[in-house]
Structures are given as structure tokens and as C-alpha cells.
Design a protein around this ligand. Structure first.
Ligand code: IMP
Length: 439
């Protein structure tokens, strides 16, 4: 069956962009289904580094159609900028190659202003959002007050009126907080220009996919953010406002579950998090620095969208086990295994001790999670640089042991790991049934 869903199993930044890029080589369609330009997917290709925020990573393959689903929130001006930047470096973007759902919601300049205002008002308790207007846009969506990409297909004046009314409505909220309001007509101007460009790209994605699936096309759903940032299943309220999990792919694209035959989780070989909220295995000091890197390399642990240093820690198997259960992963892939090289020993958090009780899954409240003491299992490390390994047998025994133990603790197969950012820096088990997108 033709749909693979790829999902971040942690707090985002798992290296999904590079996995999507790899799988896209044998897919027909790559579809984003949640989030907006809060995402930052990095793909390294022939020495070039591509940073994508809105456009699906499939765009780097000439044979793939990229889709932006109804579950997304889209800032049309930022999308236009991203398309222009990609075109400047030779990426072919035409309406035949990029399809934007007519049911996605539009992020207005007022949403961006409100995001900043809310974070400011929360002070020390802030969520640490990416300040892209994501939360306020989803709030208008669920409050039935949003405007949609399909509205860009209306007569220009009518779209302008809707946009201006939406901004003016948000101005009320800004005013209520004593903040500067926006000149709605002026703020709308760049949106009208973007709408003019984007119009031919806007279609009914659900119907497009329905037809494509009937014609035997293979679809890869590209998750953004991660399971632990999910509005329902993440560590609320320190989450994003969408559903990056497996269920979100279906509602965020308008496809039925019977088309899905593979749910691939992607996790980093250690843990990272940006923004606020509890992170039980967070570390300070040398090991955190080892994971984070200096920032000199694009793969170091600094946000692709915000540049913020990421919080780093040991691999949290409790969270990973939870991600397996929420998404029903058919398999898990570990990225950045090469970063573990050079550490004397490695730790896996296999359970939490909370007030003297052992927990194998995360508790529901952040208060409990703040008190969670990880129970670690210590494993031997390895010194060798593994970035040139291409088969499991070439990996040091300790690396294989680490991978197998994570698979065992999460009760899910791990047949593929990455050992560097380039397309070919993947290690697959010899008989991995999962190695390619199945035709
Ligand atoms: P928002 O999505 O900008 O509202 O941010 C909400 C939370 O999700 C914050 O903790 C962000 O740091 C986090 N977040 C949003 N997008 C990403 C991402 O792509 N990677 C990692 N964290 C993210």
C-alpha cells in the first residue's frame, strides 16, 4: 500500500529532512501535513545545504510532486520568499511540482505580532515559541475565525477585505494587551502580492491525493516538529499547536487510514529540545557540549529556524517508548549516531523515578515530569569515527549494542541509522526489509 508517514519521535529536530530526502528518491509525492514555518528541515546535498521551512523536502527531487496540506498554517509572504530563494539556486518550482491545499490556514502579520505579545506576557513561563505566529493562527482556525489559502482564489478585493477584517479583529487583542496595533491595509499589501503569485499552486489536496493514490502513486507524508510537541500528546502547554503525530497526517491531508502501510519514526541517538518545558535527561557541562557542538557546522544543535542553542541530554527511552505507542511506528530510525563517537560510556533513561515510584511512560502533568529522576542504564561507548560505515557489520560492537538495546527497550525494529548529514551516510541492516520505498 502506498502511504508512508514519517514522524519525529522526540521534540523535533530529529533529522527528518535528511530522511525525507532519502525516501523521496523513490516516492512520487511528498506531503507536509502540519505546522508552518516554525519547522526547519535541513538537507545536505553535494556539499550544498538546503534549509526548508515551508516547502516539503521532496522539492529537491525533480521527479517528485510536493504537497502542502490543509493541516498546515502558511505565511504566504514567507512562502513566496522561500520559493524565490530556492529558485535562485536552481530548484525547479512550478504549479506542476508544488501543490498548496486550498484549506490550509493563513498566518497574518497580526498572528505574528500576537505570538510575540503572548510570549512577552508569559515572562519566565513563556513557551519559547518560534515567534512565527503559529499558535494564534491555529487559535483562529479552531475558533472558526481564520482565513484560508483558498480565499486567495477569490476576487482580489474580496480577499483583501477578508484579510483586513482578520487583521483588524486581531488588532482588538493587541489593543486589549496595550500593544501597538497594525495598519491593516498596509500589512495586507505584501500578502496580496504573494497571493497573486501563489494562486496557480492552490488546489484541493484531498482530491488530488485521492486521484494520485487511485493511479498507484507512492506518497510520503513528511512530519514536522515531533511527537512530544503534539498539541494532544506532547508536554502541554509546552507544545506546538498542531498534530505532528500519525493521526495528524490523515486529517492534515484528507486521506483515509487504509492507504497507510508504514509509519516510520525518526529519533536522534540522544535527546534535544528547544523552548521551555521539562526535559528529564537534560545535561549541563561537557557531555551536553559534546552533543551540541560549537555551532560551526550546520548539523550542530542550534535551531534551524531561530538559531537558539538546543538543550541536550541522554536518550530518553521513556519518551521514545511513548512515541512508539502514540504513533504505532512500524519501525524506528536513529540519526546522528556518529555524534556519540568518543564518549567513554553512554546512558539510556529506561524509566523515571517519580516520588519513589517507577514509571515506564511519561506522566501527564509537567509538575510530575519536573520531579522525574531518570533511571539510567549505562552502556559502553566507542572511540572510532563511524561516519564512513555503510553496513551494520562495519559499526563497532558497542554501537550495534546501543542500537539493538534501544530497539529492544522500545519494542520496535531499528534497521537504519544515520552516521552523517550527507545523503549516502546511512547504515542499513543487510536484510532490511524497510530500506527503500516499496514499489
Ligand atoms: P511554535 O510552534 O512556534 O508555537 O512553538 C511551540 C514550541 O514548539 C516551542 O517550544 C518551539 O521551540 C517548539 N518547536 C516548534 N517547531 C519546532 C521545530 O521544528 N523543531 C523543534 N522545536 C520546535
Amino acid at each position: 500500500m502506498p502511504i508512508t508517514i514519517l514522524i519525529g519521535a522526540q521534540w523535533g529536530d530529529e533529522g527528518k529532512g535528511r530522511v525525507v530526502d532519502w525516501l523521496a528518491a523513490s516516492a512520487d509525492i511528498v506531503a507536509r501535513y502540519a505546522g508552518g514555518d516554525n519547522a526547519g528541515h535541513t538537507v545536505a546535498l553535494d556539499g550544498e545545504v538546503y534549509k526548508l521551512h515551508l516547502v516539503p523536502s521532496g522539492i529537491l527531487h525533480s521527479n517528485v510532486v510536493s504537497i502542502m496540506g490543509n493541516g498546515m498554517v502558511i505565511n504566504p509572504v514567507n512562502l513566496l520568499r522561500e520559493i524565490e530563494a530556492l529558485r535562485r539556486i536552481g530548484v525547479d518550482i512550478r504549479p506542476e511540482r508544488l501543490v498548496i491545499s486550498s484549506r490550509a490556514h493563513i498566518i497574518t502579520p497580526a498572528h505574528v505580532a500576537l505570538d510575540k505579545a503572548k510570549e512577552l506576557a508569559l515572562g519566565d513561563g513563556k513557551i519559547g515559541t518560534t515567534l512565527r505566529g503559529i499558535g494564534p493562527a491555529y487559535l483562529d482556525k479552531t475558533g472558526r475565525a481564520g482565513i484560508r489559502t483558498g480565499d486567495m482564489l477569490l476576487d482580489v478585493e474580496e480577499f483583501a477585505d477578508r484579510l483586513v477584517s482578520a487583521i483588524e479583529a486581531s488588532n482588538e487583542d493587541l489593543r486589549a494587551q496595550g500593544l501597538e496595533t497594525l495598519d491593516a491595509r498596509e500589512a495586507a499589501q505584501s500578502y496580496l502580492e504573494a497571493a497573486d503569485f501563489l494562486r496557480p499552486y492552490i488546489k484541493d489536496v484531498s482530491i488530488y491525493l485521492h486521484e494520485a493514490l487511485k493511479n498507484g502513486k507512492l506518497v510520503l507524508c513528511e512530519g514536522a516538529q515531533g511527537t512530544l510537541l503534539d498539541i494532544d500528546h506532547g508536554s502541554y502547554p509546552f507544545v506546538t499547536s498542531s498534530s505532528p503525530t500519525a493521526g495528524g497526517a490523515l486529517t492534515g491531508l484528507g486521506v483515509g487510514p487504509l492507504h497507510v502501510d508504514r509509519v516510520l519514526g525518526v529519533a536522534k541517538a540522544f535527546s534535544t529540545r528547544v523552548g521551555g518545558g521539562p526535559m528529564p535527561t537534560e545535561l549541563d557541562g561537557d557531555i551536553a557540549e559534546h552533543f551540541r557542538g560549537s555551532g560551526a557546522n550546520f548539523w550542530d544543535e542550534f535551531g534551524t529556524t531561530t538559531g537558539r542553542p538546543r538543550r541536550c541530554g541522554w536518550l530518553d527511552v521513556v519518551m521514545l517508548r511513548y512515541a512508539v505507542s502514540v504513533n504505532g511506528f512500524s519501525e524506528l530510525m536513529l540519526t546522528k549516531m556518529d555524534i556519540l563517537s568518543g564518549l567513554e560510556e553512554l546512558k539510556l533513561a529506561t524509566a523515571y523515578d517519580i516520588d519513589g515510584e517507577r514509571h515506564h511512560y511519561p506522566p501527564v502533568t509537567n509538575e510530575q515530569l519536573e520531579r522525574a529522576k531518570p533511571i539510567y542504564e549505562t552502556m559502553p561507548g566507542w572511540r572510532e569515527n563511524i561516519s564512513n560505515c555503510r553496513s551494520f557489520n562495519e559499526l563497532p560492537a558497542a554501537a550495534r549494542q546501543y542500537i539493538n538495546r534501544v530497539a529492544e527497550l522500545c519494542d520496535v525494529p531499528i534497521d537504519i541509522v544515520s552516521v552523517g548529514p550527507e545523503r549516502d551516510q546511512l547504515v542499513q541492516k543487510a536484510a532490511a526489509p524497510t530500506a527503500a520505498f516499496k514499489r
